[in-house]
Design a protein around this ligand. Structure first.
Ligand SMILES: Nc1ncnc2c1ncn2[C@@H]1O[C@H](COP(=O)(O)OP(=O)(O)OP(=O)(O)O)[C@@H](O)[C@H]1O
Ligand SMILES: [Mg+2]
Length: 287
C-alpha cells in the first residue's frame, strides 16, 4: 500500500523540480483501428532514443498487436498490480534492450479511469517514485472514440492522429477529432499519414482531412509527414523487433527518422501543462 500523499504538495514539488525540462507527452491515436499506431509509437520512440532522448512508452491499448508483442517481451507487473499494492512503479516499468522504457499499462487502463480515492493516492505516490528523467512520453492509445482514447488524448500535450488513404480511416479520424474538439476543448491536432504508397504525396491524403475539418470544426491541423508503405513492417511483426532496428535504411525507417527529427526540432511554445507529472495529474483529475 502506498503512503498517503497530498496531491497539491506533490504537484507543486514536481512542477518546481521539472519546470525546465518536463517530458513532452505525445499521444498516438486513430479513429480506425489497425492504421499503424503501435508500429509508429515503437519506432518513433526508438528513433528518438537514437537521437539521445529518453523515452517512456505507455501502452494504453488493450488490443492484440500491442507494444510488448512488437518488442518481444512479456510484461511482468502491470498498473493493476501497482494499484493493488503488489508492485512499485519500478517493478512495472520495463527497461527494454533497445533503450526504450515501457509502461505496459494495458491491464490497468480501466482501473486508471475508474480510480477510487485510495488507489488515486497509490498511483500518486508511485508517480513520486518515477525518476521523471524522460524527454518524451509516447502514449499508444486504442482506436476509436471510447473513454480511454479520449482520456489519454486529453491529457497529452500533442495528439498525433494516424491516418492512411482509406476513406474509412479519414471518416473515423474526422469523428475522433470532432469529439475531441467539440466535447473536450482540443484546439490543435497533428496528423501523420501511414502506409503512404511509394511515390504518393502524403499531403494529398492530409488535404482531404483538412477540407472536412476546416469546414465543420474549429480545430487546427498540422501535417507531420508520411511513413511509407513498406514490407519491412510485416517482417518486424514476425521477428518481434522494430523495423528501425531490423532495417535502418528501409523506406519506413528513413521516414520515421524524419518524423523524430521534426518532433525534436519542433520549437513551438511548450504548454505549461506539459510534462509527465501533469499527465498523471490530468489523469487523476479527470478520474
Ligand atoms: N508502414 C507500413 N507499411 C506496411 N504495413 C504496415 C505499415 N504500418 C502498419 N502496417 C500494417 O498494419 C498492421 C497494423 O499496425 P499496428 O498494429 O501498428 O496498427 P494499430 O493502429 O496499432 O492497430 P490497433 O488499432 O489494432 O492497435 C501491421 O501489423 C502491419 O501489417
Ligand atoms: Mg495498436
Amino acid at each position: 500500500m502506498g503512503e498517503i500523499v497530498d496531491f497539491q504538495i506533490l504537484k507543486e514539488k514536481y512542477h518546481k523540480k521539472y519546470m525546465t525540462t518536463p517530458a513532452k507527452v505525445i499521444s498516438i491515436t486513430s479513429g480506425k483501428g489497425g492504421v499503424g499506431k503501435t508500429h509508429t509509437t515503437v519506432n518513433l520512440g526508438l528513433a528518438l532514443t537514437k537521437m539521445g532522448k529518453k523515452v517512456l512508452i505507455l501502452d494504453a491499448d488493450l488490443g492484440l498487436a500491442n507494444v510488448n508483442i512488437l518488442l518481444g517481451f512479456k510484461p511482468g507487473a502491470t498498473i493493476a498490480d501497482l494499484l493493488s499494492g503488489e508492485a512499485s512503479m519500478k517493478d512495472v516499468i520495463v527497461k527494454h534492450s533497445s533503450g526504450l522504457d515501457i509502461l505496459p499499462a494495458a491491464s490497468g487502463i480501466t482501473q486508471i479511469i475508474n480510480l477510487g480515492d485510495e488507489q488515486r493516492q497509490i498511483l500518486l505516490s508511485a508517480v513520486g517514485e518515477l525518476g521523471f528523467d524522460y524527454d518524451y512520453l509516447l502514449v499508444d492509445t486504442a482506436a476509436g472514440i471510447g473513454d480511454s482514447v479520449i482520456y489519454f488524448n486529453q491529457a497529452a500535450e500533442e495528439i498525433i492522429v494516424v491516418i492512411n488513404s482509406e476513406p474509412t480511416s479519414l471518416t473515423d479520424a474526422y469523428a475522433l477529432i470532432k469529439v475531441l474538439a467539440t466535447q473536450h476543448g482540443i484546439t490543435s491536432v497533428s496528423v501523420l499519414i501511414n502506409r503512404n504508397p511509394v511515390g504518393a504525396d502524403g499531403r494529398s491524403t492530409y488535404a482531404k482531412l483538412v477540407a472536412a475539418t476546416e469546414k465543420f470544426l474549429s480545430v487546427r491541423l498540422k501535417y507531420l509527414g508520411a511513413i511509407s508503405e513498406d514490407e519491412v513492417v510485416a517482417e518486424a511483426v514476425r521477428s518481434q523487433q522494430p523495423y528501425l532496428s531490423l532495417y535502418p535504411s528501409a523506406r519506413a525507417s528513413i521516414d520515421i527518422n524524419k518524423l523524430a527529427k521534426k518532433i525534436v526540432e519542433d520549437n513551438s511554445p511548450r504548454q505549461s501543462q506539459g510534462g509527465l507529472q501533469f499527465f498523471f495529474s490530468a489523469l487523476l483529475e479527470n478520474a
